[in-house]
Every structure is written in C-alpha cells, then in structure tokens.
Design a binder for this molecule. Structure first.
Ligand code: SF4
Length: 401
C-alpha cells in the first residue's frame, strides 16, 4: 500500500466528447430475453433459441462482434450486422480504491456520464448500478441530487454498466462469479425509470444473462408509492427503501418526495410488497446525519416503525434496517456523526432486539462511497446552483484570508 489512490485507465482516456456518432441500428443491449426472442422471430424470421445464443455470447463471454459468434450461420451473422449492434457504455476512466472498491465513469452520450461502483467483500461482490443521469428528487443530503436531473438511462445503458464491470472483473456467470449481487442504488431514482430498470433487472436474473437469484438483485427507492405497487406486480426483486427519518416533518425536509407520499402511505406500500410473498422482507436504509436524525428520539421512533411493520407482515424481522454514516461531499451542510454517536444509536436499536448493521464506508478515497456518486450531468437544478454558489463563496473567503 502506498497510501494513494491507484488510478487505472482502461480503453484509453477518452473525453466524453469523443464518443461515437449516433448509430440507428437496434442496440441488442436494450432487449431482455422476451424482447430479443421477438426480434429474432418477427424481424429476422429466425427461431427464438438464436436469441439465447446471442445473449450467452454477450453476457457470458463479453463478445460484441457478431462475426465472432461462431455458432450462428454466416447468413444470420450478416443479417444481424445489418439490423443490429451491440453497444456498451464507453469507459472514460476506472479507479480502484485502497480497499479494492472499483469505480467506473461511463460515458452515456456526448455530454453525460454516470458512475458504477463494485464493492468486493467476504464471499460476495456487489455492483451498485445507476438508473438516471442525475436525479430529480432533490434529497437534501445527496450528491447526485445536487447535480440535477438530465435524463433516464436506457435499458442498454443500465445493463451495460453490469456488462462493463463483469467483463473487467472476469466474471463468468454460473461458474466463476465475481459479481454476486446488484443493487440499484447508484445515481437516480430507479422507479422513476420503471420500464428500463425492470427490463435490465430481468437480464441480471436471466440464466442467459447474469443468472443472479431474485433476492440478489435489490432495487432501492426514495418512496415512489404507486411504482412500488407496480414493481410487486411486474418483477420479483428485493426492495430497499431510503427512510432516513421516522417523522414526516423531518423526512420532508430531507426528502421532498415525502410530501407527496408521507410515511404512513409509504409504509403501507412496503407492507403490501412484503405480503406478496412468504418470507419476504424489506430493507430500510437510514443515513445518520449529525444532530439531524441521530438522536435517541429518532432511534425510539424508528424502533416503533419497524415493530409495527413486522406486526403487520406477521413476520419477525420483516423490516430490516441498515445504518449508513453520512459520507460528506463538497458543499453539503450535513456532517457524519461521531463513531460514539453512531454506536449509541445502534445500541438503542439493538436493545429493542433489532440487528442494525452499520454499513462500512467503502471507496471514499475515490468518491465512491454511498451518496457520493455524481457522474457528469449537464443540466442543473436551482439547488445545485445554490450549492455551487456557496462553494464559490467559501473558496473566495478562504482566498481572502
Ligand atoms: S438519494 Fe436517491 S432519490 Fe434522493 S436525490 Fe439522491 S439519487 Fe435521487
């Protein structure tokens, strides 16, 4: 260890402005199995099993050139060349943290880029995937929210993040797994980009895709209630909810979406989600911010909320809780509580019989820790402009001293 962040550059450092020009052919990365089968049958007049062969070439062997797909006939290969392409996001740079967390900045179009983070741990490797360029929900404590919102990512851009990471890690689905879990917890609110996210998650769980078990794919939401209900109908993944406060007034200050879907409404939706399947739990994420939501009254109210949830779902520990110490980023007004304060908060939960793991900060030397992802977003909201102004004022004040 040399005490410095190692920076590895892959695919040569390439400015976002040098991304390839628009290609109108269908990007196969946009298709889950059902759609790809339809494409082969309806557009190419081929048998659906050809779709499975192509998926295996792409997601198991990381081949993006139809010419290399040797178990497809020559005629089919040239038909595919004509009608389709396999275009993954471009790696602008890759960084590896001292704790082996890896982060990729991926170019999405001429101006925007997003971040994807891989967190290796004992016996598991978790990839944190982004769903939007920026985010419109404007949570007060979030670096992504401060960047503003530009657009939703396509299915290709979401599954492309998994592909880039899996290829770099040497992941072989079903054999040599480096990638055991995916969490939709990167940049953006996944349920605000419902169709593309659900399609990408279906490829993650498909045997011809990455073959992950349903429970190993987690979608994390700030609390878009109607979409939680829709998710329960249309997909089967683990649900995590960014809670961050047990009181409506405080939660609305931290997360404006709480005004539209207050706690009682949100918890009702989570109960419905858990009730749809026996043994299903919901994870509540709670970012601890000093003097904001880390006091004993918050812990006690949180315990009550979790207990009520268990009672309604009729299962012990149906509500799981993760504590996340706040990771500061430039311009934020919030601070991380002291280790002692974090332990005190955790103790209060433990005393009520709750296992409340404190998430270890990973990758903070490369700005890859929870809440620190910011990518590169061209549109800005008023809040980010305000934060930028505050930052400039602070820098000017420092310069004047
Ligand atoms: S915490 Fe999530 S939902 Fe809130 S602004 Fe950040 S990315 Fe968006």
């Amino acid at each position: 260890m040399n005490g410095q962040t190692q920076i590895q550059t892959t695919d040569a450092v390439s400015p976002v402005s040098r991304l390839p020009s628009i290609d109108t052919r269908t990007n196969i990365f946009d298709f889950d199995r059902a759609r790809l089968e339809r494409f082969f049958e309806e557009e190419l007049g081929e048998k659906p099993f050809r779709a499975h062969q192509v998926m295996k070439w792409i997601h198991h062997r990381y081949v993006t050139d139809f010419a290399e797909m040797t178990d497809l006939g020559k005629v089919l290969r040239s038909k595919l060349e004509e009608r389709a392409r396999i275009h993954a996001p471009q790696v602008i740079f890759e960084k590896t943290s001292l704790d082996d967390t890896r982060k990729w900045l991926l170019g999405m179009d001429a101006k925007n880029a997003i971040e994807t983070v891989y967190i290796p741990d004992k016996g598991r490797g978790t990839l944190c995937v982004s769903s939007q360029v920026g985010c419109a929900l404007n949570c007060a404590f979030c670096s992504t929210g401060a960047q503003g919102f530009n657009r939703n990512l396509s299915t290709a851009e979401i599954i492309g993040q998994v592909w880039v990471a899996a290829r770099a890690l040497g992941n072989v689905p079903h054999q040599q797994r480096k990638l055991t879990n995916v969490v939709m917890m990167g940049m953006g609110e996944p349920l605000a980009n419902f169709d593309n996210v659900v399609r990408a998650m279906s490829i993650m769980r498909d045997d011809y895709g990455y073959g992950l078990a349903n429970k190993r794919v987690t979608l994390s939401t700030a609390g878009m209630v109607p979409q939680i209900d829709r998710l329960a109908q249309e997909s089967d993944v683990s649900l995590a909810v960014s809670l961050h406060a047990p009181f409506d007034e405080l939660r609305t200050q931290l997360m404006p979406i709480n005004k539209k879907y207050p706690l009682a409404t949100l918890i009702d939706a989570c109960v419905r989600y858990a009730q749809r399947k026996k043994g299903e739990s919901v994870t509540f994420e709670y970012t601890l911010m000093q003097g904001v939501n880390d006091q004993p009254e918050h812990a006690r109210a949180l315990v009550k909320l979790l207990q009520d949830f268990d009672r309604r779902v009729q299962m012990q520990d149906a509500a799981k809780i993760n504590l996340i110490p706040f990771n500061p980023f430039p311009g934020t007004q919030f601070q991380r509580p002291s280790d002692a304060a974090i332990r005190d908060f955790q103790r209060l939960l433990n005393a009520a019989g709750r296992i409340a793991p404190v998430r270890r900060t990973r990758g903070d030397d490369i700005d890859a820790a929870c809440g620190q992802l910011k990518g590169q977003v061209v549109d800005r909201t008023p809040r980010s402009a305000r934060i930028r102004k505050q930052q400039q004022a602070r820098e000017a004040a420092r310069g004047a001293v």
